[in-house]
Design a protein. Sequence first.
Length: 388
Amino acid sequence: MTLDLPTMLWASLAACSVLSLSVLADAWGAPPRDGLTAWGWSLAALALSYPAFALRFFGWAPLSIVLSNLLVSLTLALQVLAVCQFQTGRARPLPRWVIWTPVGAMLVAVTALLPEDRTRSVLSSLILATQALIQSWQAWAPGLRGARVRGRVLLVVGAVALILTMVIRAAVIAGRTEAHVTMALPVDVQAATYLVVLTISLMNTMGYVLMQKDHAVAVQQDLAAHDELTGVSSRRALMEAIERDISRAARRNVPLAMLMIDLDHFKQINDRHGHLVGDDVLRDIAARIRGRLRRYDLFGRYGGEEFIAVLEDTGRDAAAAVAEDIRRSVSDRPVNVDGEDIAVTISIGVHARTPRVFPTEAGEMLTACDKAMYAAKAGGRNRVEVRP
């Protein structure tokens, strides 16, 4: 079956135009750093490259050659820019010259080599392959972890497919002995090339949109699992993890310690210095506590100015020693906010035991820890109380 090149061009124009409008509409009002706007404009440039290519059928071959190659190169440059914007904070940013130099090189190459059809086509194919390589390199840079790599993999596969297409195209053109300014390749090969490029464009766009979706899901999961103010585990994530740690300790028949930590007179800090200063105090104290715990110890915000730490394989005496170390780390050094020192103390309730596999175990341990913490408050605050 012979592929009809004009039909392929019009189909490609329609598909890329719809994709461009869809992505730009989705990017409306979104922050530029997510890269969607740049990706939408890249699809617009790709859509324009098809009528630019068709100009050669109307006797405007030189203009067609320059415009079509330049627009395709601009497409890839904008897509690289979009990936760089998406990867902000996760990967080392590319210098702007790496993104835009290939576009300038394309313009110089196709203009200077306009009469040299074969040399120009080979060189332009290799420039596009280089741009696709840069895109795949940046897309595969450190990004989302775990299962959230579907979009990244799809985008890299598309970029690699484009590299192979352009390298094969360059090899085929280099191997031909004849050349014609309006068509360096047979119609079937040209149509197949444009069909492959269109397919890859669809694949890359799907991959990029999936990357955006995966990132949004990751952000939502992170917000659900972490307290927005202090960055430690949220109450919901904390309670789920406590149930898990208790079950594991019960199965292993090892002790588990729980610390309930409450800032003393925190309301007075808010009333005297304001809630913004109070927020700074909470962040500072949470960081100090986290720094006194082991990497794998559970730590989260229980609510307000209360925090909970869960220490695996830790008995009562060891837990009391950790709690005392935490208490001193807070009381010995005031919190400095905007040049003002604010003295802060904490009261800590400690409870440790070898858990049982009972549905009420978590509630019982939390209650015992809470009573110990209130005993520390009643005993004068800035102290550690152990609940037997």
